[in-house]
Write a protein that binds this ligand. Structure first.
Ligand code: PXP
Length: 244
């Protein structure tokens, strides 16, 4: 059955709007965990626009479930991951001007750097996932470089405007998942997923972990983050295949 990692970057975004000390993402992580989250995801960006080094350090000490560190492959960030040793890293591309992660990582283009990073993460006992478009070239490059998992980019699905486009994007995700499983990769998914669009994705067999941030933190403003997390877990449980 699929599980949920809550991406709490936007709790830190609110804090950074005033450069103050609240709301604290460490508090948010504890509440997500109380609600049954499988993991906590944070993106330590090079510009530190939301999550900062202190957050990652404290989360590593306090999160009892999985800590999934989203990061690019820039050397200073890779060094931080080696020091902190989260349970999992998800490698993403990063552009300074983007509002959020835009495309997937080009694993085929950066294959040799990816292979180096995978080796270094594995030396520290860290699981490696790559955030990629559901394209054969990217899936195979992830497998060939020794990655443990991939996170399929669901942004195109989330942005699809017509039922036909939605169906096409779901088929791409399903095919990508099949190829990844054939190549012994664990398959995660995320980006742009909401309470309204999670159903058909959660129903895809063998998608085992979702990373969801914006929609949960948005709902948390009204109902609290524990309740918002619990509501998303309920939907994932409802739609995901029960392998009992
Ligand atoms: N997965 C990855 C790799 C991401 O970069 C993000 C955004 O930080 C997410 C999942 C979560 O996306 P959203 O905030 O749209 O749920």
């Amino acid at each position: 059955m699929a599980v949920l990692n809550v991406n709490i970057d936007h709790v830190a975004t609110v804090r950074q709007a005033r450069r103050t000390d609240e709301p604290d993402p460490v508090w948010a992580a504890a509440q997500c965990e109380l609600a049954g989250a499988n993991g906590i995801t944070v993106h330590l960006r090079q510009d530190r626009r939301h999550i900062n080094d202190r957050d990652v350090r404290l989360l590593k000490e306090t999160v009892a479930c999985k800590l999934n560190l989203e990061m690019c492959m820039a050397e200073p960030i890779v060094k931080i991951a080696e020091q902190i040793r989260p349970e999992q890293v998800t490698l993403v591309p990063e552009k300074r001007a983007e509002l959020t992660t835009e495309g997937g990582l080009d694993c085929a283009k950066y294959k040799s750097r990816l292979a180096q990073v995978v080796k270094r993460m594995h030396k520290k006992g860290i699981l490696v996932s790559t955030f990629i478009a559901p394209e054969p070239e990217q899936i195979l490059a992830s497998a060939e470089t020794g990655c443990d998992a991939i996170e399929l980019h669901t942004g195109m699905y989330a942005n699809a405007k017509t039922p036909r486009a939605v169906k096409r994007r779901l088929t791409e995700l399903e095919r990508g998942k099949d190829l990844a499983v054939e190549n012994e990769l664990i398959v995660h998914a995320g980006h742009g997923l909401t309470y309204r669009n999670i159903g058909p994705v959660a129903a895809i067999e063998d998608l085992c972990e979702f990373n969801i941030g914006h929609s949960i933190v948005s709902r948390a403003v009204f109902v609290g983050i524990e309740e918002a997390t619990a509501q998303m877990i309920e939907l994932i449980d409802k739609f995901s295949t029960q392998d009992i």
